[in-house]
Design a protein around this ligand. Structure first.
Ligand SMILES: [Zn+2]
Ligand SMILES: [Zn+2]
Ligand SMILES: [Zn+2]
Ligand SMILES: [Zn+2]
Length: 341
């Protein structure tokens, strides 16, 4: 152990190529991809490349894995900015407000609705109090304003809209911009486009790059896909590590996959039990009485919400998309008369 320490110290203060030590007028450059060596000049770095290249690549991969297999504290969804509870992984259980770009849980949306009914006031955004958009057009206008402000969430949402319409080129541009701004969902979406070859050439390397970026930012579906990829390539230990991290974030598919691994004896009893506990805790943390009440309300008023949805936006109603899952997102709180009355 003491020998290791000496090597590290020497690398800190000496050029790995010419061996010159760091003193007042000789500074080492911090430009190598790994953390094992330093050089006094570009020339020294180039001279040393043949000797160092293999070791460097291995170390860079090691450093990348350290980041990749770190457990993210929260999922990419983050928390609701009103109740501060983690948002459910299911996108249908929260709404992105087109006005401020905030993603609000149904519990807070529902509480807002009850208050408005009691006070007989118009419906506004539960977060910023901006008047609710009257139709899809207005909602899109709001989103475009957010896009101009470089809001990654709005940019991604516009990208996804184009994607749903099959406009892959434009979708790709928006999603790339959102991904560059660090949006995990945009990275995940881009991985799908590279996998299917939608608007781009199929490219497994790029697919994996975007999956890794999304997974690091806490996207459980992306991590699940990475796990499946590792499994396919026979790297079972890496696959299980991914499944455990995603399960710890409350991802159902990953805990199911781990069940299978446990049956086959690929994962230890302790690891599996730990994942089960963490998965349960993560799912539970997204629940609250307020969210439960909103879910009940939604289930009971589904027909009214469908009616309002169709009534308000015919252009959308005619698309082949399944309507129901979209509804809660847009018109959760717009109960009106049921159809046929
Ligand atoms: Zn040197
Ligand atoms: Zn290196
Ligand atoms: Zn909330
Ligand atoms: Zn708002």
């Amino acid at each position: 152990m003491s020998t290791d320490k000496i090597v590290v110290d020497a690398a800190d203060i000496c050029c790995a190529s010419c061996g010159i030590a760091e003193v007042d007028d000789i500074k080492m450059m911090e430009n190598d991809a790994c953390d094992l060596v330093k050089y006094c000049s570009d020339k020294c770095q180039q001279d040393h490349r043949p000797q160092h290249e293999t070791m460097c690549k291995e170390r860079v991969a090691e450093l990348r894995d350290e980041i990749l297999f770190r457990q993210p504290e929260t999922s990419h969804m983050g928390e609701c900015p009103i109740c501060f509870l983690p948002l459910p992984l299911d996108h249908q259980k929260s709404v992105m407000q087109s006005c401020c770009g905030k993603v609000i849980c149904h519990g807070c949306g529902y509480a807002n609705l009850l208050r408005e009914r009691e006070e007989h006031v118009d419906h506004t955004c539960p977060f910023c109090r901006h008047p609710n958009p009257k139709n899809m057009e207005e909602s899109n206008k709001n989103k475009m304003k957010r896009v101009e402000k470089n809001d990654p969430v709005a940019i991604r949402e516009i990208g996804k809209k184009h994607y749903q319409k099959g406009e892959y080129q434009i979708a790709f541009e928006y999603l790339t911009k959102a991904a560059d701004l660090g949006d995990a969902s945009a990275h995940h979406h881009l991985s799908i486009m590279y996998q299917k070859g939608e608007g781009v050439e199929k490219d497994e390397k790029k697919e994996l790059f975007h999956l890794v970026e999304a997974a690091i930012a806490g996207h459980p579906n992306a991590r699940y896909n990475l796990a499946v990829n590792e499994e396919r390539n026979g790297r079972c230990d890496r696959s299980i590590k991914h499944f455990i991290i995603a399960a710890n974030l409350g991802h159902d598919g990953s805990i199911q996959a781990l069940k299978g691994c446990y049956k086959h004896g690929d994962v230890s009893k302790e690891d599996f039990a730990g994942a089960l506990r963490a998965h349960y805790a993560a799912v539970n943390a997204t629940k609250s009485p307020q969210r439960g009440a909103a879910e009940k309300y939604l289930a009971q008023n589904a027909h009214r919400i469908v009616y309002n949805y169709l009534f308000r936006d015919h252009s959308l109603a005619s698309t082949a998309q399944p309507i129901a899952p979209q509804l809660s997102k847009l018109y959760l709180l717009q109960a009106g008369p049921p159809p046929g009355r």
